[in-house]
Design a protein around this ligand. Structure first.
Ligand SMILES: Nc1ncnc2c1ncn2[C@@H]1O[C@H](COP(=O)(O)OP(=O)(O)OP(=O)(O)O)[C@@H](O)[C@H]1O
Ligand SMILES: [Mg+2]
Length: 112
């Protein structure tokens, strides 16, 4: 199993959720976060240099899937969240060693 963590632009959340459910993703965690990437958040020019002035709001998705689905999920997020402007987001993929569905006690891929 893999855990895909993605930071995306908030206005893209609904479109990404629809695209992911269309390829069979059945669950995800969604959190409003703030962050910055290579531009250090909003930047402004002061005496010729860029200074970070703020963190930028993003939505964080956490999606556990069978390893066989991970590439498709990453590709779907990447294409759906893309606007070609800075701050489109970041996608990370981690290994998951164990999962449990609390109601039934099912484990691992049966629990997802
Ligand atoms: N190295 C990182 N580690 C953890 N989270 C990150 C990292 N880089 C970016 N993020 C998260 O992703 C969000 C979006 O990052 P962003 O898209 O601006 O990355 P970038 O590398 O600056 O790309 P771009 O040049 O397209 O803006 C950040 O607000 C933050 O929440
Ligand atoms: Mg950036």
């Amino acid at each position: 199993m893999k855990l895909i963590i993605a930071a995306i632009k908030p206005f893209k959340l609904e479109e990404v959720r629809e695209a992911l459910t269309a390829i069979g993703v059945r669950g995800m965690m969604v959190t409003e976060v703030k962050g910055f990437g290579s531009q250090s958040g909003h930047t402004e020019i002061y005496r010729g240099a860029e200074y970070a002035v703020n963190f930028v709001p993003k939505v964080k998705l956490e999606i556990a899937v069978a390893a066989s689905m991970a590439d498709q999920v990453v590709e779907t997020i990447a294409t759906t969240a893309k606007t070609d402007k800075i701050g489109d987001g970041k996608i990370l993929v981690l290994d998951v060693t164990h999962a449990v569905r609390v109601r039934t006690g099912e484990t691992n891929e049966d629990a997802l």
